[in-house]
Design a protein around this ligand. Sequence first.
Ligand SMILES: [Zn+2]
Length: 181
Amino acid sequence: MTVIIVTQSCDLEQRNYYQIAPIYPETDQKASSLDNLRENDLNYTFYLPAVAPHIQVNSYADLSHITLIPKAYFPRDKVETVLGARLTELAIARTALQKQLADYFGRPFGFGLKDRAKVPSVYLCVSCFYRKGEAVGCEFQAEAHFEKCSRCGDARWLRLVPPDQDGQPGTEPVIRAPSNE
Ligand SMILES: [Zn+2]
């Protein structure tokens, strides 16, 4: 099996396990998905065009199959020299992989149109923050449905809480206001 190592190269020496993603030929995907695959528009794949001799056919790494492999599976201290290819040498921009990994694992969470505010509060728009670094707040009353952000049109909100407060018991992620100290 051919794999891509997704552990950052600066971590390779320190870690006892590497994270790898298996590489499959693009023909494993439905023909109707190939255009999206090649544009990296499938959120769990990273497209790897054929590059002789390392990658024989157009392929993709499956990010949903990322798994741990003990370092011992790779010849001791020789990962650098046995690497088939490095993304940077293949002119497949490494930043493209970073972006795909960030999109897949870092999908921003927030309350949407189907959710209701449990606590009356100011909520901040997650999309405005991610895209422009802007803090766009909107007040929602208890039991009110969340609405679209007037600035960006998305509906992805997190509650702004005082610096010493937590979210609702369970799983509510929040944005803490900076303390004044
Ligand atoms: Zn917004």
